[in-house]
Design a protein around this ligand. Sequence first.
Ligand code: NAD
Length: 480
Amino acid sequence: ETPMNASTHALVAVAATSGLVDLFERQQQAARREVDVPLALRRERLQRLTAMWRHNEGRLAQAVGQDFGLRGERLTQVADALVLDSVLADLRRNLARWSRPRRVRTPLHLLPARAFVQRQPLGVVGVISPWNYPLQLALGPSATALAAGNRVLLKPSEHTPHTAQLLAELVAQHFAPEEFAVVTGGVDVATAFSALPFDHLFFTGSTTVGRQVAEAAARNLTPVTLELGGKSPCIVDASCSDLDGAALKIAVGKLLNGGQTCIAPDYLLLPRGREAAFADAYQKAVTRLFPQLVGNADYAAIINARQHQRLQALVDEARALGARVDDVGPPALGTPASEAEARQMRPLLVFDLPPQARLLHEEIFGPVLPVLPYDDLGTVIAYINARPRPLALYWFGQDEAARDRVLQGTVSGGVTVNDMLMHIAHDGLPFGGVGESGLGAYHGETGFLRFTHEKAVFVQSRFGRGDLLYPPFGARFDRV
Ligand code: NAD
């Protein structure tokens, strides 16, 4: 880079940042002017967002495809829309009920006063979203915050620039900047963004960046929601009688979006002795799901060269440490015809990993599945509990006592039993992590409350004594 280029970059960054502060202040002033957003207006904003999404779903999916180089519009419409549509429908159905004040019972010694909890918007909510599901993870939290009566400022990932740009345009067409606006830019903008004194900051991304966001927010005492990542285990129990069925589901969960899913099973715990049977079943499943890999738009490319190299390095290290790496993809038909096709990584199973292998310590976020054989359930539970608490956990089997031992003996953000990923699609379930996999949850009423202040209101009755705290205090004891 020439010095001129560098200084131009710096200028652009400063301009972007000052525009950002302007936008934030406009939203903040609007939020302080109009504190309680009437239900009709919340509903109307939600409808506007829903219409924006419905009418532009195809274009948005196309933009995601451009950003990945190879990711089918249908894949995006299935994977992103599955969760986003359910979040939107759930908000529409329940918004009125969730917005109402909650009457609480008043204890005898405070009667005849009454009390209630008033649900109010927090004000201005910041949303920072990642690149892997760049529509649902940007629009889902934004919709929830808007429905709860907040102003929203969204910062999408710089790794999906086409999507970010289109989101910015569409939001500007459908919303006044003081209602909902999108800010685009790289890490410099993201850093400035997380330093703003939001009333709530909602972050989805990696644990490392999540920590930085939490630090920045702490300086403003801004409450945060952190939707992070980590290593989600998948346990095949000794009681699992249908290994083919389990392998098919595990392949679906692992390979969706080329493995770039926060709740994908990261590694597999398998009863010792069933490795060969599993490898066979997994290979069949992969070939059934993706009869051809190269150029198959249902099998997304790895987002960029850097991520692809990172994954390649993890596998190379495993090989160098003596692990066995099985390519379980369908036979390669021809050579990749484009740079994007070259970033389609083949599905791999990894056996005999030594404990120091990075594949066992870093979130994989790609189509590589380490298999760890185990002898008894106790060691499985101990292994999981010796590590950071995962975002998701999967369990396959029929023995309900064994299942309950795992459910009771481990802590994870969520669990799906005998399937993959589905707990994120059920709108009655809160979605979020715990410990290093996140802080706070959303979806359903939990999500609505994430962006709501529950204000305590005590209303004294005209007949109330209300003299509980009046001095002289001694006199009260004298009476007893
Ligand atoms: P990332 O943490 O690199 O980036 C996420 C966002 O943070 C981007 O918008 C980026 O611009 C912004 N950012 C980068 N540096 C920042 C800083 N210093 N301050 C403030 N913001 C900053 O994550 P990613 O690579 O886009 O996404 C992959 C990760 O996200 C994985 O770890 C995955 O598990 C996780 N994830 C979690 C969920 C969930 O719901 N829990 C969903 C999807 C992805």
